[in-house]
Design a protein around this ligand. Structure first.
Ligand code: DC
Length: 457
């Protein structure tokens, strides 16, 4: 597993925690470049002397582990974090021959252990381009400088911030394996996330961790599957802590109103998965439905909405509430891409299979979007009936009547493994028909519970 990113982005903390969670070893490759640098300085070599430095890199004995860092048997754990090494390390790390030797040692370290978590700048791009998991961590320059200042007691914030900016420029601008994001890396901004939340997210991205991963067809969807965090709008990413708090507060307020006004209740909520992504597929009869579905789970659910809503102060609120802007007139394919990105980022997604708000007791024909997204991602679909919402606020009405509302959540419909694009298309059609029948049944029950029973068909 490869973790890359700039200084202070949280690589070491996240890397150690991930390794501990998975019971594998962890290697800080930055410490290796620092160790070579300390050997260069100790021997009084000129760091600019590329040939001498490369020769030293090849012969020096380096040990990096939980017990600290040593060079030729001398403990340099503290020294390599000092200002002198920190100042010189970028120069040493830019030496292509030093890099070749370090990469060789890193591959050997991994081969001997049969795997592990490696952290650095070029792990996902150069050392292990085929890593099982590639992570690129970022954080705002301010947060990164604050973290580093807390680590090194004798330097002030301004000095550290300037040093980080200088090293960023050197690491990103050098010829040999500059710091870049692998195309298929999972990108996580660690500024506002807890270590545990990040590790949870990364573990869920490991191959074999997702349900029915085999239903995800190979070549055309891999770019989507891995590029999740850098979706078209950058919205297909897990919520920051601030957003999740805001979501909780707004959800609480909306539900307090809905409980008072509609006496809203849901049955079957045990069917909602507590972890991982899923697709919530409710019937759609009223603009209130967006608010009413909040009752089925405390977890933040995402939904697509017109991008014209993202204006001024509302933009942040809609994003925090899990909204994802889609351009009006967006072709279906693009909207579905976004849906897949959201799911791949690990969050639940609300998809109204009727497309837009409909009217009356009969569930209208379904788009096959939810089944299609399921076939691509392997996550369950959770069907939902909402009863009474049309009576509470029918189309064209500005008034919200205090009508009773009931939701009925059905059993999750799991993905099945299908091979071949023809078979998959047939499967998507069959799943859509199945889902339609199930939602109709749940809608009938919910309408009955809400006191507005659908006429029997
Ligand atoms: O992560 P760190 O700050 O301890 O890294 C020290 C330096 O080593 C940093 O300037 C970038 C460089 N480095 C690198 O070029 N390639 C790596 N895989 C790891 C670190």
């Amino acid at each position: 597993m490869a973790i890359d990113g700039p200084a202070g982005s949280g690589k070491s903390t996240v890397g150690r925690a991930l390794a501990a969670r998975l019971g594998v070893e962890y290697l800080d490759t930055g410490a290796m470049y620092r160790a070579v640098t300390s050997a260069v300085l100790r021997r009084g070599l000129d760091p600019q002397d590329a040939v001498a430095v490369a020769e030293l890199a090849r012969e020096v004995e380096i040990s990096v582990g939980a017990g600290g860092v040593s060079v030729d048997g001398i403990d340099v754990t503290a020294e390599i974090r000092g200002p002198e090494v920190t100042r010189t390390v970028s120069l040493v790390a830019a030496n292509p021959d030093v890099r070749a030797e370090m990469v060789r040692r890193q591959r050997e370290w991994t081969r001997v252990r049969g795997g592990g978590v490696l952290e650095g700048r070029d792990i996902g791009t150069v050392v292990f381009p085929d890593a099982a998991l590639k992570v690129y961590l970022t954080a705002s320059p301010e947060v990164r400088a604050r973290r580093r200042t807390a680590e090194v007691s004798d330097l002030d914030f301004k000095t550290v911030a300037a040093d980080i900016a200088r090293r960023d420029a050197l690491d990103q601008g050098r010829e040999a394996s500059p710091l870049t994001q692998a195309d298929d890396a999972v990108v996580v901004d660690t500024s506002d996330l807890s270590v545990e939340a990040i590790v949870d997210q990364l573990v869920s991205r490991l191959p074999g961790q997702r349900e029915a991963a085999s239903t995800r067809p190979a070549p055309d969807s891999t770019a989507l599957a891995h590029g999740g965090d850098r979706g078209r709008h950058g919205h297909a990413r897990p919520g920051t802590r601030g957003e999740l708090i805001l979501y909780g507060v707004v959800r609480g307020a909306l539900l307090a109103f809905a409980r008072l006004w509609f006496r809203v209740k849901a049955s079957g909520t045990h069917n909602v998965p507590e972890r991982g992504a899923f697709i919530l597929a409710p019937v759609h009869r009223s603009n209130l439905d967006f608010m009413l579905v909040l009752v089925v789970t405390r977890r933040r659910m995402r939904f697509l909405a017109k991008d014209t809503l993202w204006k001024g102060p509302w933009a942040r609120l809609f994003t925090a509430l899990g909204g994802i802007p889609v351009a009006r007139g967006t072709v279906d394919r693009e909207a579905l891409r976004t849906c897949i990105e959201v799911i791949e980022a690990g969050e639940p997604l609300v998809m109204f299979p009727e497309g837009t708000r409909q009217h009356g007791p009969v569930v209208q024909p379904f788009f096959d979007g939810p089944a299609f997204v399921q076939s691509r991602t392997g996550v369950p679909i959770v069907p939902v009936g909402i009863g009474g919402s049309e009576a509470a606020m029918p189309r064209g009405s500005k008034l919200i009547k205090p009508h009773r509302v009931r939701l009925v959540v059905g059993a999750p419909m799991n993905a099945e493994s299908v091979d071949g694009s023809k078979a998959r298309r047939a499967w998507v059609r069959a799943r859509t028909a199945d889902l339609h029948a199930t939602v109709q049944e749940l809608f009938d029950r919910a309408q009955r519970d809400a006191g507005t029973p659908n006429p029997s068909r």
